[in-house]
Ligand binder design. Structure first.
Ligand SMILES: [Fe+2]
Length: 405
C-alpha cells in the first residue's frame, strides 16, 4: 500500500469531525517546538501524543521502507501510549511523513489514517457559514478554523463588500462569482498583526475600493507609513449597499485605527474590539497603559448599541465558541453577561485597566513583520508567509480558563 492509498481525512473532514465532537486521537510526529507552538483543538478534548518522527524510529539502512521501520519501532517505543482501539489521525507538517507512519501503524492493526497536506493544509483551510440569507441581505462568515480568523462577505442588490479577508481570497471571489455579485468595497477593520491581509490585493485585482482607518496605515514599531494608497475609513463613514446601510464606528483600543462596521443597524462586524469570550488586547502597539482607556471608551460606545445587535467578530479563541451551525456570533446582550472582558468593563475604568494589564499574553515575535507586510514595508514569499502565520491568533486577551490563549 502506498501512502496515497492510506485512508486520510481532508482538512474539511477534520473540521467536520472537530465540530461534531467525534472521538479520535492524534499522533503528531512534528518536532516538539512546532507541536508546542500549534496544536489541533476540538470541541471535546482530544488525546494528542507528540512523538517527533526522528525519535520514533531509526532506519536500519538508507533503503529501509519508512512504514516498515515504523512497524518495527512502534511495539517497543509506543505500544503503551498509543490507543489500541479507536481511530488515530497521524499528522506532520506537510502530510508526507505522517502518511508513512500511518501505514506502518496500520500494518500493526491500528486504525491509523493521515491528515492530507498536514498542518500546512489545515492552517490554510477555510469554511463558509451563512449568518443571514434573505432577499434584502446576505451575510457569509468565512472562517479559517486552525488560526481562529474570521472574515465576512455580505451583499445586497447585487453588490458585495468584504471585511478582514486573509491572504487566500479565492473563497470570497468564488462565492461572489457564483452569486453574480460585484465586490465594490474591501475593508480591513484594522492593521492586522496576526495574519497577512488579502484585502488590498483583492481590491486591486477586482477594481474595488480598499478601506482602512488612516491611523492604522502607520506601522507602530517603525512608525513608517503604508506604501500604498487607500480610502480613509473614518468614524461615521456611511455606505449604501443595495437596500442596507453600512456605518463605520471608530473603536480604538486594540489598534488606534480599529473600526467596526454596523450593518443594517443590526449586525456589528466587531473586528478585534470584542470576541465571543474575550476582548481585543491593547498592547500590540507597545503602549498598553496608554491605550487601555481608549479601549474602555470604545467598549462603552459598543455597549450603548441595542442588546439585540448581533456581534460578528474577526477572531475566535476556541472552536467550542461556534454555535450548532458552526457560526461564531452572539447578541451584544448575551456577550455582556458572558464575555469576561465586558463583565470586567462593568467594574469601572480602574478595575478594568488592572484586569487588562494582568491578562496580557506574550507578544508573538512574528507580529511586527506581519504588520510590516500589511503596510507594504516588507515583501515575503509564500514559504515565509506560511512561517509568519504559524499557529493560532493571539489578538485576544488571555482567558482565565486553562488551555486558552
Ligand atoms: Fe488584531
Amino acid at each position: 500500500m502506498t501512502t496515497d492509498q492510506i485512508p486520510a481525512w481532508s482538512p474539511a473532514d477534520l473540521h467536520r469531525h472537530l465540530h461534531d465532537g467525534s472521538r479520535f486521537s492524534i499522533l503528531d510526529v512534528r518536532n516538539r517546538d512546532e507541536f508546542e507552538a500549534w496544536q489541533i483543538e476540538g470541541k471535546l478534548p482530544l488525546q494528542t501524543l507528540n512523538v517527533p518522527y526522528f525519535d520514533l524510529l531509526e532506519l536500519e539502512d538508507e533503503d529501509e521502507e519508512i512504514a516498515a521501520a515504523v512497524a518495527r519501532a512502534v511495539p517497543e517505543r509506543l505500544k503503551d501510549s498509543l490507543p489500541r482501539s479507536g481511530p488515530i489521525m497521524v499528522i506532520c507538517g506537510q502530510g508526507h511523513t505522517s502518511g508513512h507512519v500511518a501505514e506502518g501503524l496500520r500494518r500493526l492493526g491500528y486504525q491509523a489514517f493521515n491528515l492530507e497536506g498536514g498542518m500546512a493544509a489545515w492552517g490554510d483551510h477555510y469554511e463558509m457559514r451563512v449568518v443571514e440569507e434573505s432577499q434584502r441581505l446576505v451575510i457569509f462568515q468565512i472562517s479559517r478554523p486552525a488560526r481562529g480568523c474570521l472574515g465576512y462577505l455580505f451583499a445586497s442588490g447585487g453588490n458585495a463588500m468584504v471585511v478582514d479577508a486573509a491572504r487566500h481570497t479565492g473563497i470570497y471571489t468564488r462565492i461572489a462569482a457564483e452569486r453574480g455579485w460585484r465586490i465594490t468595497d474591501v475593508f480591513d477593520s484594522h492593521l492586522q498583526a496576526d495574519h497577512l491581509s488579502g484585502g488590498l490585493e483583492m481590491a486591486e485585482a477586482l477594481g474595488a475600493n480598499y478601506w482602512l482607518h488612516p491611523y492604522d496605515s502607520i506601522e507602530p514599531t517603525d512608525l513608517l507609513p503604508a506604501t500604498f494608497s487607500f480610502h480613509y475609513l473614518e468614524d461615521a463613514t456611511t455606505f449604501t449597499l443595495g437596500e442596507v446601510s453600512v456605518r463605520a464606528l471608530h473603536m480604538p483600543g486594540h489598534t488606534l485605527g480599529m473600526t467596526n462596521l454596523l450593518l443594517d443597524d443590526r449586525y456589528l462586524l466587531s473586528g478585534d474590539t470584542v470576541f465571543i469570550e474575550s476582548i481585543g488586547r491593547p498592547d500590540l502597539g507597545g503602549r498598553a497603559k496608554t491605550w487601555v482607556p481608549l479601549l474602555y471608551h470604545s467598549l462603552q460606545r459598543l455597549l450603548a448599541l441595542p442588546d439585540r445587535t448581533l456581534v460578528l467578530p474577526s477572531h475566535f479563541g476556541h472552536i467550542r465558541e461556534a454555535d450548532d451551525l458552526g457560526c461564531y456570533r452572539a447578541t451584544l446582550g448575551a456577550l455582556h453577561s458572558h464575555n469576561e472582558g465586558l463583565r470586567m468593563f462593568d467594574r469601572g475604568p480602574a478595575a478594568f485597566s488592572a484586569y487588562i494589564l494582568e491578562s496580557l499574553p506574550e507578544h508573538p515575535k512574528s507580529y511586527d513583520d506581519i504588520r510590516r507586510v500589511n503596510t507594504g514595508l516588507l515583501q515575503v514569499d509564500e514559504t515565509k508567509a506560511g512561517e509568519l502565520e504559524l499557529g493560532r491568533n493571539r489578538c485576544g486577551l488571555s482567558h482565565r480558563e486553562a488551555g486558552q490563549d
